[in-house]
Design a protein around this ligand. Structure first.
Ligand SMILES: NC(=O)c1ccc[n+]([C@@H]2O[C@H](COP(=O)([O-])OP(=O)(O)OC[C@H]3O[C@@H](n4cnc5c(N)ncnc54)[C@H](OP(=O)(O)O)[C@@H]3O)[C@@H](O)[C@H]2O)c1
Length: 264
């Protein structure tokens, strides 16, 4: 990878753009002076030494790679000529063909990190247009590895599916945690104790799943076979529609992702 790689982040003051910029700076993929970020209304005081601008074309002209991290509904108003440069879109729904034609390049990558990029623990699936080179791919892998774990995917439909599954993903354990908090507080537990207990349990579960490398279903079966309090809870949750609720939710996310691509 070239030492003087210049990267531009359109929407760099946003949540995901800021998280990715932090990860690639921390990993030494880009030096602060070679990082450009554009903003619309408000800049931040993060990233000392980096170049900030409201002009995303200026950002594109001074960068080798242009990353788009604006909300999909703001993308149509964005006019950036990439002039054949490598572009990376983090936007949900926006298709490779649209990216190439709107930004005047054949080298486009579409990726779906998630909110855990902020703590370098994102899962990031990505896909490329046909003209992306092996060198471009190596840079993409380095960027996504700096944000967590990545997989190159070959079907754009799978990216749409993963947009709901893991792009939205951190919201789902958070949803479970919120429902557990409500129950614990209704029971009478102090809010701070409930919050500490549930967050520690969730992060501990993540580490356990990672370390054991077992299928989550095997772990659930082990708990069911214990025939204790956990089995009592799981059986009641499933009887109340837990699995169906997850299926319906993920299907809704997939439909939304596909429809966003159709309207972008
Ligand atoms: N957050 C996630 O967990 C997540 C996960 C997967 C994918 N994504 C994708 O990542 C993208 C960014 O999401 P986000 O959560 O980071 O949203 P966000 O926090 O709202 O950030 C978007 C940023 O884009 C800026 N912006 C809008 N139009 C602009 C323009 N013309 N020029 C320069 N900057 C502009 C906004 O500035 P103003 O606020 O000043 O308008 C804002 O700072 C979205 O497309 C989303 O689909 C996000």
């Amino acid at each position: 990878m070239s030492a003087g790689l210049r990267i531009g982040m359109v929407g760099g003051a946003g949540r995901l753009g800021g998280a990715i910029a932090t990860s690639i700076l921390n990993a030494g993929i880009v030096e602060p002076r070679n990082l450009s970020l554009s903003y619309r209304r408000k800049t931040t005081d993060r990233f000392p030494g980096a170049f900030w601008t409201t002009d995303s074309q200026e950002l594109a002209d001074r960068s080798d790679i242009i990353i788009f991290s604006v909300r999909p509904e703001d993308w149509p108003a964005l006019s950036v000529n990439a002039n054949g440069k490598l572009i990376l879109s983090l936007m949900a729904g926006v298709r490779l063909a649209h990216l190439c034609s709107r930004h005047n390049t054949e080298r486009a990558v579409r990726a779906l990190p998630n909110a855990a990029a902020e703590v370098a623990r994102s899962y990031t699936p990505w896909i490329t247009s046909r003209s992306v080179t092996d060198g471009d791919r190596a840079i993409m892998r380095a960027i996504f590895n700096a944000c967590g774990v990545q997989d190159e995917i070959t079907s754009e439909n799978d990216i749409d599916y993963l947009t709901g599954l893991t792009g939205s993903g951190p919201a789902f354990p958070a949803l479970l945690a919120a429902a557990m908090m409500d129950h614990a507080i209704d029971y009478g537990l102090a809010r701070d104790v409930a919050q500490r207990a549930i967050i520690t349990m969730l992060t501990g579960t993540g580490r356990l799943l990672e370390r054991r490398e077992e299928c989550p279903d095997d772990i659930v079966r082990t708990f069911l076979n214990y025939r204790g309090t956990t089995a009592a809870a799981i059986e009641e949750m499933r009887a109340s529609g837990f699995d169906a609720a997850v299926r319906h939710g993920l299907a809704a996310a997939f439909r939304k992702s596909v429809s966003m691509g159709e309207t972008s």
